[in-house]
Write a protein that binds this ligand. Structure first.
Ligand code: GLN
Length: 499
């Protein structure tokens, strides 16, 4: 098989090919390493690990020959550089950790390795996960492999913070990637890059070894090009971990088996009217209508839903996330972790280290969080935001008495040009309007690519589910996937259909 067709296989197709010995894990991995070398101009990787990948691939071939293959055996995966990987530099796309080599492995990465996955390297993100474009990375911006048909010379953002993860999967440099989602960082970049991605219920996956941004919101998840591949990857990273007190001791369903034979007949799909925000572009509204019709045509029942407090999600999040960040990032003081810039005394050492080590957006969040947590403002901001958080969750739980899942847009626009919104943080925060309330409520959410807009750029749709009901989320997402039949490829890969 040619390199091109190997890199176009879904994970499920590749696993079938590997088990039939049509190609080896080494060949499959090498094809992705070559694709990575050919696409370096997208700036997806902070650290490539081809030697580790080839060694792991050879080990996978040996295991498979002995009939001992795991769920992801021989599948090359890109890892967001927020997951600690033992012996491999882990930067959080920051200067303060630019030389940090963890002594331990995150639970999620150790789980994929236990299933035989191969590590291609560590991909770019917004610094500490703070942003929606990868523009706050200390390692430069990642570019979206998609270009608009009207302005093909203009480089577009891949979304963020997990923009490296979405770009590599869209550009066929990896069939799957790991990401994290604090306010939309899996779903928004998946939508901008025309791929699928799922953020599971808070507590479904361990946060052990994931560099913390906002601990009560952070959750690991996956990117792939099909719903089934997402189900497979999610299965391999889920489960209780005694090392994370917020991981849930709940059985993990077989997400892949749940998809087989499942359909959306009689599924109650809620359409929350508050998601129809003022000034929403027509193309977003259209994609939402289309998605609703697709599910209806497959026998789903459409229910109108109201989530009256969801309009407060953005302000509540942009208090709570910075508060938690200001506390989590206090540990980077030049003494225990990462870079240290020596000053004349300890205080100046802290100041110089943190001033140099953090990107502007990170500093902004630390300042907002510190302010909101300060004695005089705690009740006015932090406590109030916590109350709103509860009301938002209550709204969702009430909605789920009437429906099984919700269908909404993911982003207020398609991918936008690099640099746009960058000097206006508020505009950037508005990017998260459709994704952020799920994190506040701890709910699972998934992006499915739905269609191309008039400029040939992908638009995604979001399925939101009850806590712990990723199975139904995946089933509804599969319904959308079947109807959307999204096969378009990013311009840089030509206009041919995926193999
Ligand atoms: N854009 C949001 C933020 O900057 C979400 C990021 C995320 O989910 N990590 O906080």
């Amino acid at each position: 098989m040619t390199q091109k067709s190997l890199t176009h296989l879904s994970i499920t197709e590749a696993l079938a090919g590997l088990s039939k010995k049509e190609f080896s894990a080494v060949e499959y991995t090498r094809a992705h390493i070559e694709a990575t070398e050919q696409n370096r101009d997208l700036n997806c990787y902070i650290t490539e690990t081809p030697d580790i990948a080839l060694r792991q691939a050879a080990e996978s071939d040996a295991r498979r020959a002995k009939g001992q293959a795991g769920l992801l055996d021989g599948v090359p995966i890109a890892i967001k550089d927020l997951f600690c990987t033992q012996g491999v530099r882990t930067t959080a796309a920051s200067r303060i950790l630019d030389q940090f080599v963890p002594e331990y492995e995150s639970t999620v990465t150790s789980k994929i390795f236990a299933e035989g996955a191969v590590m291609l390297g560590k991909v770019n993100l917004d610094s500490f996960g703070m942003g929606s474009t990868t523009g706050s990375s200390a390692f430069g911006q990642t570019f979206n492999p998609w270009r608009s048909t009207t302005s093909p010379d203009v480089k577009l953002v891949p979304g963020g913070s997990s923009g490296g993860s979405s770009a590599v999967v869209a550009a066929r440099m990896a069939p799957g990637a790991l990401g994290t989602d604090t306010g939309g960082s899996i779903r928004q970049p998946a939508a901008f890059c025309g791929i699928s991605g799922i953020k599971p219920t808070y507590g479904r996956c361990s946060r052990f070894g994931v560099i913390a941004y906002a601990s009560s919101l952070d959750q690991a998840g996956v990117f792939a090009r099909t719903v089934e591949d997402c189900a497979l990857m999610l299965k391999s990273i889920s489960g209780y971990d005694p090392k994370d007190s917020t991981s849930a001791n709940k059985p993990v369903p077989d997400f892949v088996a749940g998809l087989q034979g499942g359909n959306v007949k009689r599924l109650k799909v809620g359409i929350p009217k508050e998601y129809r925000v003022e000034g929403m572009p027509q193309e977003i509204d259209e994609s939402w209508h289309k998605g609703t019709q697709w599910l209806k045509d497959q026998g789903a029942e459409i229910v109108d839903i109201s989530l009256p407090h969801v309009k407060y999600a953005l302000p509540a999040y942009y208090i709570l996330a910075p508060c938690e960040a200001s506390s989590n990032l206090a540990r980077y003081d030049g003494v225990r972790y990462g870079r240290r810039i020596e000053g004349k005394d300890l205080k100046e050492t802290y100041e110089l280290t943190r001033a140099h080590g953090f990107q502007d957006e990170v500093k902004r969040r630390i300042m907002v969080g510190t302010y909101a947590l300060s004695a005089g403002y705690y009740d006015a901001y932090y406590v109030k935001a916590q109350k709103l958080r509860r009301l938002i969750r209550d709204d969702y739980m009430k909605a789920f008495e009437k429906c099984d899942v919700l269908l909404t847009p993911i982003t207020p626009s398609a991918a936008f040009p690099v640099g746009q919104n960058e000097d206006d943080p508020i505009k950037m925060y508005l990017e998260d309007i459709f994704t952020i309330s799920l994190n506040l409520a701890g709910l699972p959410g998934m992006c499915v690519p739905a269609m191309l807009n008039a400029e040939g750029l992908p638009l995604g749709l979001q399925i939101i589910g009850r806590p712990w009901d990723e199975e139904t989320v995946l089933r509804a997402a599969r319904g959308l996937e079947i109807a959307a039949d999204f096969r378009a490829l990013p311009g840089m890969l030509g206009t041919k259909m995926a193999a």
